[in-house]
Each structure stands twice: as C-alpha cells, then as structure tokens.
Write a protein of this length. Structure first.
Length: 476
C-alpha cells in the first residue's frame, strides 16, 4: 500500500512513517529489517545500517529501513508490512465471450482486490491488492459508520479514488463491485443512518450503476445488490461461486470476517443471517490482537506439553491474529489451561504465548462470543441438515480446521471446504455471464430469506450453549 509523506518541522521521515502506522518490530534498532519500505517517489539516502540489513538488489529496487529513514522532501513509499497475503482467485469459470476488458472488485472492510479480466477468453490479466484506506478511521464496521456520520461522504470518496487508481488506465467495458452492506453504502454515497441502529435494515440495498465519468474510472461500474439485512453482495457472490442456488442438496457457507455471515441452502431455497460475531477473528477487541502481518502469531502448537508459536516474518512476536487465536485457544484447552467454560485455570489468569504476548480472560470471552455466534447461527439455519460447509474468505483459508473443531467453531461431523475468495470469484462469474446475470440475481433474491437470529429465543439459548470451548456435532 502506498503512503505519501511531506516534510514537517522537527519530524524525521522515520517519525512520520511511525506516526502513519509503520511498525518498527525491533524498536528501531535497525536489526530486524521488518520495517522495510520501498521508495517510489522522492529521495531517501541509503545509510550504512541499511547496507548491513538490506541486499544490494533491495537497495537498487528502492527498499529502505523506515526506522532510520531521513528525507528533506516529499516521498511516496510502499509499505511492505502492510502487504497482507490477500486472497485472490483465478479459477476458470464459464464464459460468454464478448470483446474488451472488464474488472471485478472485492471491496473488503480490511482489504481490496481488483482483477482485470479479458472478456473474450475469461483470462485474468492483472490483480492488484491493497489495504482498505478507510481502515485508518476504524477497523470495524461500526467505527466506519460513526466516522461517516461525522464526516459524510469522505470515506466513499476515499475508496472510489483508491479503487480507481488500482484499475489502471486501459478502457474497461464494465466493472462489478462486491462488498458488505456498509461498504456498499459508503461507496454508493447512501445514507448510513439505518445501519447504525436496530433493526439495522436499510431501504437502499439494491445494485447501483455508475457511469465512468461519475467515478473518473476507466469504465462504467455496478455495485452489486446486497442480499438483505446486514448481508451484502460479497455473500451474494459467495452463493454464486459455490453454486448453492442450483445444487440439489443443501450446503452451508461461512463468511468469517469483521462480521460473520451464515448461509444455508440449495436450489429449493436459501436462508441467511448475519451474526454479531465481532472482529475477534481479525484480531479486533483482543488485547494482543493484530491483523495477519509481520510479528503476528499465526499458528500455535503443543509440543512436549508446552505451547509453541509461529510468528509471521520470523522475528519477535508482537501480537496474535485470528488463526493464531483459534489455535491458541485449542492448545489452551488441550493443556487444561482453559476450561470448556472459557475460564483460564492458572493463578495469573493469562495464557502466555510468547514474550510479551498473552491472552487474558476478556480475550477468551471475545473469542467465545464470536465463535458461539457463528456456531449457533449454523445450528439454527442448518437444522434440516447440510452436506458440506464452505469457508469463505482469508480467515477460512488460513485457520487450522482441527483447532476450529476442537473449540467448537466448526462442527465435528461436517466436511469443510475452503472456498477461497468466493466474493471475487462470484463477481467474475457474473461479469463473464452478462446475458444470464440479471435473471440469476433476481432468482437468488427471490429464493433467499433473511433470518433475524437475535429475535429468536431459541437462538439465545443456543448461543449460550455454543459459547463452550468444546467439540460439537451438528446432527445430535
Ligand atoms: S525496526 Fe527493525 S530494522 Fe527497522
């Protein structure tokens, strides 16, 4: 992700980078190399320390250490530690050939993926990924909504500009955008009031079409319609990607992100719900939580009766991301350090993972709330039985299923398949099938029913039960 910095009095470039959120894993000792930035514009002189830490090739390519960077003018840098392993998708999908190029966009709360596609062959010509620049105004959806109420229109302008820059300059015949309901409203410039209070139902959930000149993009765009309630077109595209709407037997789809969505259905009908899972699986509301970047514990194992962690980037641990959190809880349960009720059993009420990184009782509680909501949602919607569970999104791709089953996030008795970036693939399938797209979207909208979980007393009962950190079976 790019960052533009202008000189300020009594502030070095290192200060400005740090203030902008670049992390210095070794505390700026110039020892770890984890603060690497690549200079795209401007001049940042190479110091002796940088020569020790970076290879000749890296220096030639513009890489510098942020922690000892100095500059007297404007610089634009790319920050390596913000380059998340963002899930893209290039699977072959059915195509109705037409001339020109198009693009699809997965507008996520945390990450953005843009794919440019050859409309004649269906080939993916280019992929751009970035962090959502809105993230600096809040990690979760509610804080974005609060910011939008204070500064109407700003987040929408920001995201349209960022995505426009990622699309490149080639003329595009059509761009399809998929995202959750909040991203939909912010992008389309819609009033978000209704999304900030119960029952969280907005009257403007439809698809929106924009001419290229309205967005200053290289082609016209459509933001695909939300499915309903708090469930957006990212999940709608997940239904398309998994083919749920045409399958004879029911399957389930989990989309675990800053919000958690559960969908169950087949050609006979689809039910869906959003759960107040909260951002725990993305490291949110967890004391030592962080996104899956440099310094994050992303997996935890038990070896020789002790906890052993893997840290992204190999340096010192700075926190724990979602997949590490699920693993850590499973290991804690296995070692008897966490009871099935979520209680930490040791005297200091902490689960130490690495030097300076531990989970507290309230972290475990957040995890229980999040996983309990997803599991209870699945049990409610899948009461009639399902044959497979598709796991959408990055988290679904990276969690260890064994750990997720051990703490009762995933059921014991259901085959689970990572669905990859199903939002992106579903959007590409819709882009490449222009003649059948309107009918398919209409059919999915008609056959789908929103279930308001919170209003159902059975859900409250199940939710309490599913907060246990214990294995469970969907069928009895
Ligand atoms: S913070 Fe470790 S090298 Fe810069």
């Amino acid at each position: 992700m790019k960052l533009e910095l202008l000189p300020r009095a009594r502030r070095t470039l290192a200060d400005l980078l740090f203030e902008a959120g670049v992390e210095f894993p070794c505390g700026g000792e110039s020892a770890c190399g984890g603060c690497k930035v690549r200079v795209l514009e401007g001049d940042v002189p190479v110091t002796a320390t940088m020569r020790d830490a970076l290879s000749e090739d890296e220096i030639r390519e513009g890489w510098r250490l942020a922690c000892c960077a100095l500059s007297t003018g404007r610089v634009v840098v790319e920050v390596e530690q913000w380059s998340l392993p963002v899930l893209t998708d290039e699977a072959r999908v059915p195509i109705e050939p037409r001339a020109g190029q198009g693009a699809v966009i997965d507008l996520g709360t945390t990450t953005l993926v843009v794919q440019v596609v050859d409309l004649t062959s269906g080939e993916v010509l280019g992929v751009e990924t970035a962090l959502n620049p809105q993230a600096r105004y809040g990690a979760d959806l509610m804080s974005r909504l609060q910011y939008e109420l204070r500064q109407p229109g700003e987040l929408g302008r920001m995201i349209r500009e960022a995505l426009g820059g990622m699309l490149g300059g080639e003329p595009l015949r059509e761009v399809l955008v998929a995202g959750n309901t909040v991203m939909h409203h912010l992008f389309c410039g819609l009033d978000v009031q209704a999304l900030t209070h119960a029952p969280f139902v907005s009257p403007t959930l439809g698809g929106y079409r924009f001419a290229d000149w309205e967005l200053a993009w290289p082609g016209p765009a459509v933001f695909l319609p939300c499915l309903g309630g708090f469930v957006g077109s990212d999940v709608l595209c997940g239904i398309v990607a998994t083919g749920m709407d045409a399958r004879p037997r029911p399957r389930a789809l989990f989309d675990i992100g800053t919000n958690g969505e559960v969908v169950v259905g087949s050609a006979q009908g689809i039910v869906y719900a959003s759960t107040a899972a909260g951002p725990a699986f993305e490291g949110g509301r967890i004391g030592a939580g962080m996104r899956a970047g440099t310094g994050a514990i992303d997996s935890v194992h038990v070896r020789g009766g002790a906890i052993e962690c893997h840290v992204i980037g190999g340096g010192a641990a700075r926190g724990v991301c979602g997949s590490g959190l699920v693993d850590a809880a499973a290991c804690g349960v296995e070692l008897g350090l966490i009871g099935a009720n979520g209680r930490l059993t040791n005297a200091d009420k902490r689960l130490a993972l690495a030097e300076g990184v531990a989970l507290t009782q309230s972290d475990i509680r957040e995890l229980q709330l999040a996983k309990g909501a997803m599991a209870a949602g699945l049990r409610m919607l899948a009461a009639g039985g399902v044959e497979t569970l598709d796991l959408a999104g990055a988290f679904g791709n990276y969690i260890r299923q064994a750990s997720a089953r051990a703490i009762g996030l995933l059921p014991e008795d259901l085959p689970v398949e990572p669905a990859g970036n199903s939002a992106l693939r579903g959007a590409r399938m819709l882009l490449l099938a222009p003649s059948t797209r309107p009918a398919r979207l209409k059919k999915i909208a008609e056959m789908s029913r929103h279930v308001e979980l919170a209003a159902d007393p059975d859900f409250q009962y199940l939710y309490a039960e599913m907060m246990a950190l214990a294995r469970y079976r969907l069928r009895g």
